[in-house]
Structures are given as structure tokens and as C-alpha cells.
Design a protein around this ligand. Sequence first.
Ligand SMILES: Nc1ncnc2c1ncn2[C@@H]1O[C@H](COP(=O)(O)OP(=O)(O)OP(=O)(O)O)[C@@H](O)[C@H]1O
Length: 241
Amino acid sequence: MMPTETTVQTVSLENVTRTYGAVRALDGVTWACPRGGFTAVMGPSGSGKSTFLHCASGLDRPTSGTVRIGGADIGRLSEAKRTRLRREKVGFVFQAFNLVPSMDVEENIVLPLRLGGLTADRAWLEEVVRRVGLADRLRHKPPELSGGQQQRVALARALVTRPEVVFADEPTGALDPRTAREVMALLRQVVDMTGQTLVLVTHDPAAAAWADSVLFLSGGRIVDELAGPTPDAVAHRMEAL
Ligand SMILES: Nc1ncnc2c1ncn2[C@@H]1O[C@H](COP(=O)(O)OP(=O)(O)OP(=O)(O)O)[C@@H](O)[C@H]1O
């Protein structure tokens, strides 16, 4: 029987291993990302968080095992098809914002659509801009914005294609604590209001506690999962890794 749209996982990893020479950066990871959920990924330095993000988002291919994004097995796709799948189905938010300084806010937000030869759905674009609180900043250029505002632009850019999943890699790493909290509250709000599936990679227990559940990686394996996390519970679990 074919799975229905609601039961198809956004992203799934089945027995995924990624080696670099003798190093097993990911070691037999099996995980299915819940649709509409907000998952944080934590672990000590070198535990495989970046490798997990790269494999789960289609930036990289596993050495063995299967990664599916929106039903497609990325190991079977050509480089060009994987790039296209990533552009259409995956949104990214990075610590370093990665905005184009010479383009204004709106041009930055619609860039993924332009790269894919698509035009913006005006109603959705306006909703995204409103949700991230940038309606009065559309003609500004990134250097004229605060760090928190720039990260809002990056979030809007990640949402504009209505991706299956948004991967946020240390999105608050370059922000002061108050701005970091505002950005996390906004991510939480976007998940709750739009049903966007979100995966957050972070070192920060306070950021991870905004998620529905936290995956803990150690030595390239998922060693624990904590539902309904609090900053204290996350920090306590991290100390034991
Ligand atoms: N391109 C690479 N070449 C060689 N080894 C790599 C490469 N990328 C990662 N590794 C190794 O794989 C392991 C996992 O690295 P990864 O960057 O995924 O960990 P991480 O949890 O993201 O670490 P951090 O928190 O320090 O960013 C480490 O031992 C790392 O040295």
C-alpha cells in the first residue's frame, strides 16, 4: 500500500553511516523526523552533529544506509537532482546568516525561488515577512540591520519555498542572549503557527529546550532522546555524555 501524504516522513535516516577515512562520524543512525515537529540535536564536540545535519539535509551523501527527503532516496539521485531537491524541499538557517549584502531584504528572501526559476507566491511571501516581523524593512540591506533582524531575514528565506523541513545550524550562535531568546521564540512560533518541520543543531541547552524533543549524539550514534525538554534536564543529560 502506498503511504498517504500525512504518513510520509519529511526526512528519514535508515542505518546511516558516514565515514571520513577511519573515522565513523555517523555510525548506524536510524531516525524519522516527525512532520510538523521541532527537534533539537545535541552532543559533545565531534559527536557527529554537523555530519548528521549534512546527511539529513542532502548536503552530503551517506557512506552507507538510506536518507530520504520528501520520499526521495538521495543516495540514488545525481548531484544535480540532489541540489534541486535540496533547493525545493529543504530550508537552511546558519549561524553566519549568509545573506547577500548588496541585495535588499526582499531580494534576499526570494533568492531561493529565483535560483530555482520560480516566482514568489505574493500572499505567502507577505505572510512570511509579517511572521518574522520584517514588513517595514524590505528595502533595507543586511548591513543596515541588527544581528537578530538579519537572522529573521535568513529564516524568512528558509521558509519562502515552503520546505519539507528547515535545518537550523547554531542559529543563535552569533547573537547576544536576549536576541537569541527572541529568535528561538520566533522559531517556536513558526513551528506552532505554520506546522513547519524544524531541526535545530545547537550547543546551547537553553536553545534546545524550545524543541519538542532533543536527540543526543555521542560517537556518531543517537544515544538518547528527551521529550518535553527543559534547559536543566538538557544540561544534565549533556554532562553525562
Ligand atoms: N570533512 C571531514 N574530514 C575528516 N573528518 C571529519 C570531517 N568532518 C567531520 N569529521 C570528523 O567526524 C567526526 C564528527 O564531526 P562533526 O563535525 O560531525 O561533529 P560535531 O558534533 O558537529 O562537532 P562540533 O560540535 O565540534 O561542531 C569528528 O571526529 C570529526 O573530526
